[in-house]
Design a protein around this ligand. Structure first.
Ligand code: CU
Length: 493
């Protein structure tokens, strides 16, 4: 039998570990030290609550969500009894869950209690540009200063928030959280439960200190942490009964780590991408979730009563040997001994999309990487820093793209590099129409899309949101901060 996970073997916990390993995989091998071959620390599944902590709405108006959010340093218990000093929203890693419904006005009183400037970006939401949290549209929020984000959420689904300056460092230190916008899509599929899951990672050394990306490999490929969490927990347990369906709504908040998600022995149905329902469920054995992306999966509990299975992160080669890492578990699904319950039907359709708009313009974006900074890199300009460019330009020395509000453009994203780049556009969502010369197999609305090494992806963008200056960039944060970002200027007709 192929070994899936190499479990750690510490004397004190040997029995628990052995049973956890045997129970999950029917295989066990002796480990030495705490690191699995992937360098990801693997622990036994652990009991306890792991839901995101909701942020208190202080406004009595049912159509207004008003919250207080503070970026501050706090201790994060990254594994039982072990703490790391993190940068947090409201003392939590991930930050608190902001929950609203479609059409709500969301008022976020944000205070920066860090020692560095920051901003908050509301990833994926079509809100006014002034509230988007980028330096194109607002000044950096200085230490001790406050800023009120005030916007209306018009799109339902799962979104997230994070800083949009020095994002590689600030996300590495723990600044990210989920935003869920409730709407009719919540009831699109009959399920026994919904889990909102933020996947994130941290690189923590043996002295309980966060390690930032500083070496050439992590600057080039992006930082991958040795601790990988679901909602701040290492391998939490999700209980279920055989026969049930459950909806897992997952954000990839990691700086660079790709999650190739699979549930051994189970298939699942993808029902939403980046918060937007698909037209129909798509059955898959695995799904690739790149940084910034969200996915809604319907898991049907087809396993046997009293069994358990792990939601795994499988190896994925995204360039520079990153695929050599081992698989590791993220969440353990634990079946009760209860006899199987009746499985509710899965709807044949979920949403109906308007016909694709006619494109009135085209843009080509060529992504490239360069191991040496020739003076144009956006991040300090150290000669040994890699630089990542779009159309030969490194942010901030770029030529903006322009578009008219209400129009539609075809963007051809050409990856002329040996590494995948997850491409994110602010302020508008898009649909992929072609990948590597092949038409998209089904329609999906996205704000982030992976463009694999040396691959070309064609997307259709309708500028149906707000005017202003919007960013587009690679969501590997080391790349974004080292040049791979551009600006889109949208003006009223
Ligand atoms: Cu990139």
């Amino acid at each position: 039998m192929k070994k899936i996970v190499r479990c750690v073997s510490l004397a004190a916990a040997a029995l628990t570990l052995l049973s956890a390993c045997m129970g999950n995989h029917g295989d066990h091998s002796e480990g030495h030290g705490e690191r699995a071959p992937s360098d990801v620390v693997i622990v036994p599944a652990s009991e306890g609550p792991w839901a995101l902590v909701p942020l208190k709405d202080v406004n009595a108006d049912p159509d207004v969500v008003e919250v207080h959010l503070e970026a501050r340093i706090a201790s994060f218990e990254y594994r039982p009894g072990k703490h790391v000093e993190a940068w947090t929203y409201n003392g939590l890693v991930p930050g608190p869950l902001i929950e609203a419904k479609v059409g709500d006005r969301v008022i976020v009183h944000f205070t920066n209690s860090l020692t560095k400037d920051t901003t908050v970006h509301w990833h994926g939401q079509r809100i006014t540009a002034a509230m988007d949290g980028t330096l194109a549209m607002q000044n950096a929020i200085k230490p001790g200063d406050s800023f009120t984000y005030d916007f209306v959420v018009q799109d339902e689904g799962l979104y997230w928030y994070h800083p949009h300056m020095n994002a590689d460092e600030q996300v590495a230190r723990g600044l990210y959280g989920a935003l869920v916008v409730r709407g009719p899509g919540d009831d699109a599929v009959e399920v026994a439960s919904e889990e909102l899951i933020v996947l994130h990672d941290m690189h923590i050394d043996e002295n309980n200190k966060i390690v930032l990306s500083a070496d050439m490999a992590s600057l080039m490929s992006g930082r991958e942490g040795n601790y990988v969490f679901a909602n701040g927990r290492l391998r939490p347990i999700k209980d279920l009964k055989a026969g049930e369906r459950h909806r897992l709504r997952i954000v990839n908040a990691a700086s660079a780590r790709f999650f190739r998600l699979a549930l051994p022995g189970h298939s699942f149905h993808k029902v939403a991408t980046d918060g937007h329902l698909l037209e129909a469920p798509v059955e898959l054995d695995e799904v690739l979730l790149t940084p910034g992306e969200r996915v809604d999966l319907i898991v049907t509990a087809t396993g046997a009563p009293a069994s358990q299975v792990d939601l795994m992160s499988l190896p994925y080669e995204r360039g520079h040997g990153t695929g050599a890492a081992a698989a590791f578990p993220l969440i353990t699904l634990r079946y009760s001994a209860h006899e199987p319950v009746a499985t509710p039907a899965l709807p044949a359709t979920l949403a109906s999309f308007a016909p694709l708009a006619q494109s009135s313009g085209s843009v080509e974006l060529v992504l490239s990487e360069d191991p040496m900074d020739h003076g144009d890199g956006g991040h300090g300009g150290h000669a040994m820093d890699p630089v990542f460019r779009i159309n030969g330009e490194a942010f901030p020395n770029i030529t903006p793209i322009t578009a008219t509000l209400g129009s539609t453009q075809t963007w051809t994203i050409v990856n002329d590099s040996e590494m995948d780049h997850p491409f994110h556009l602010h302020g508008f969502f898009f649909e992929a129409i072609e990948r590597a010369g092949v038409a998209a197999p089904y329609r999906a609305k996205q704000d982030t899309i992976n463009v694999a090494a040396f691959e070309t992806v064609r997307i259709l963008v309708t500028f149906d949101g707000f005017p202003g200056t919007w960013m587009y960039h690679c969501h590997i944060l080391e790349h974004e901060e080292r040049g791979m970002m551009g600006e889109l200027v949208v003006t009223a007709p």
